[in-house]
Structures are given as C-alpha cells and as structure tokens.
Design a protein around this ligand. Structure first.
Ligand SMILES: NC(=O)c1ccc[n+]([C@@H]2O[C@H](COP(=O)([O-])OP(=O)(O)OC[C@H]3O[C@@H](n4cnc5c(N)ncnc54)[C@H](OP(=O)(O)O)[C@@H]3O)[C@@H](O)[C@H]2O)c1
Length: 217
C-alpha cells in the first residue's frame, strides 16, 4: 500500500516509516523541508539497506499524495498542519497518533481541545477526510529499531468502518503488532488520556511499557 507520513523526520514518524516499508509498503516520507526528508531517508536506507528501500523523500504536501496519510508531526503542530494541508487531505484516510500532553512534576496529563480529543478536533477541521486514530502507545525508539521485536496492541478508532479496517490492516501487517478495534472517534479521548497514564507509570515505576491486553477466557 502507498502511505504518506507528515513529519516523518521525528522519532515516531521515522520508526513507523521504517517498519511500514520493511514489510513492503511504499512510504512517502514527508517533512516541511525536502532536504531534511532526503537526509533522514538516506540515513534510514544506510542503516537498514534494502529493508528501507520503499521510502520516498518528499515535503509534507507531497506526502498527502496517498490514500492513507499519517500525521506524525509533534502534537502541538498537528492542528496548524492539518489546516495548512486540508485541501490535499480531502477524501483521504487521515491517521492521528497525537498525544497532546503536558508534564506536571512526575505526572503527565492530556491537554484536550474543545471537541474533546485531538482526533475529534482534526475530524472537525477535515470534514472531507475520514479520520482514524492509531499508534498512540507505541514507543518510538524501540519501534525504530527494526531488529527489536516490538510486541504491542494498537487500538484503532474511527467513525468510518472501511477507513478503520484499512488502518487495522496496515497495522497488522507489521509483525507482532495486534490491531484492536476500539470503536468510534468518540473514544479517542480514552487513548489520548491513557497515553498520559502510561507515561506517568513509566516515570514512576522507572520502566518502559507498551500495551498488551490479555484475554481471560
Ligand atoms: N515519540 C513517541 O514515542 C510517540 C509515541 C506515540 C505517539 N506519538 C505521537 O507521534 C507524534 C510525533 O511524535 P515525535 O516524538 O516523533 O514528535 P517530534 O519529534 O517532536 O516531531 C515530529 C516532527 O514534527 C515536525 N514539526 C516540528 N515542529 C513543527 C511545526 N511547528 N509545524 C509542523 N511540523 C513540525 C518535525 O518535522 P519536520 O521538521 O521534518 O517538518 C518533527 O521531526 C506526536 O503527535 C506524538 O504525540 C509519539
């Protein structure tokens, strides 16, 4: 599948780009700066050789040229970024992984915009796009290391069944990730808030956790 990533030069976007291309997807690796994208892609291809051969450096506008576009810009910039690219994101499946968090001492808290979650705020702005959320709880550093077995559950949310299924499919194409259907965008507040809880647990217990749900029967 052809997948665009905006802000792919950050740890979360680069990790996702590397994982997705390593299983055969073509990834439009976006940045505000084409030079920066080219540099980052060259580094990833030097490190991962043919496993990263499907990365194509482009600017953020170019990265919108795919049926599924992942927003991996920093959480503060996600709303201005979708405003800027709204026209190019129309009729696309747009994936938010944004956790807009603030740190208060040894605790993280979610900062929720007027529509109740970052994802709902994006959907309100991108009324011609189908917004889905995923990857909220996947730690970037481990994800970026293709040799690291990254076992994790990824909860996928969205109002459109087909869009949610497509994102679950690309998620499950990454080995050891399990895609779980968490329902509509109304539940995005739960994932964005849980990211704050998980990071707080990591700090207070000096650990690094991801999500793995256990069946009890
Ligand atoms: N890091 C994690 O472990 C993790 C885990 C789960 C979810 N997330 C979420 O994933 C997203 C990305 O996380 P990250 O840690 O990779 O973020 P980041 O490093 O802070 O930023 C990612 C990219 O955003 C772009 N950017 C920075 N300022 C910008 C601006 N003013 N306008 C537009 N773009 C700007 C930059 O790309 P260019 O300079 O190339 O344009 C940067 O490389 C966030 O929403 C975060 O909440 C992160």
């Amino acid at each position: 599948m052809r997948i665009g990533i905006l802000g792919a030069t950050g740890p979360a976007g680069a990790g996702l780009a590397a994982r997705l291309t390593s299983v055969g997807h073509q990834v439009l690796f976006g940045s505000r700066s084409l030079d920066k994208a080219e540099h980052a892609v060259a580094e990833l291809q030097e490190r991962w050789t043919e496993r990263a051969s499907g990365l194509i450096a482009t600017d953020n506008e170019g990265a919108c040229d795919a049926p599924i576009v992942i927003l991996a810009v920093n959480a503060d910039s996600v709303i201005p970024t979708v405003r800027e690219h709204a026209e190019h994101l129309a009729n696309k499946v747009v994936v938010s992984m944004a956790n807009n968090l603030t740190r208060n001492g040894s605790e993280f808290n979610a900062v929720l915009p007027p529509h109740g979650s970052v994802a709902a705020e994006i959907q309100a702005l991108l009324w011609r796009s189908r917004v889905v959320t995923a990857f909220h709880l996947v730690p970037a550093a481990e994800f970026a290391d293709l040799d690291h077995t990254m076992e994790s559950d990824v909860v996928v949310l969205g109002d459109d069944d087909e869009a949610r299924s497509s994102v679950m499919e690309i998620t499950a194409s990454i080995p050891h990730l399990r895609a779980l259907d968490g329902g509509s965008l109304r539940n995005a507040v739960g994932m964005e808030t849980f990211a704050a809880v998980l990071l707080t647990i990591n700090i207070r217990h000096k650990m690094k956790a991801s999500l793995r749900l256990q069946t009890i029967n």
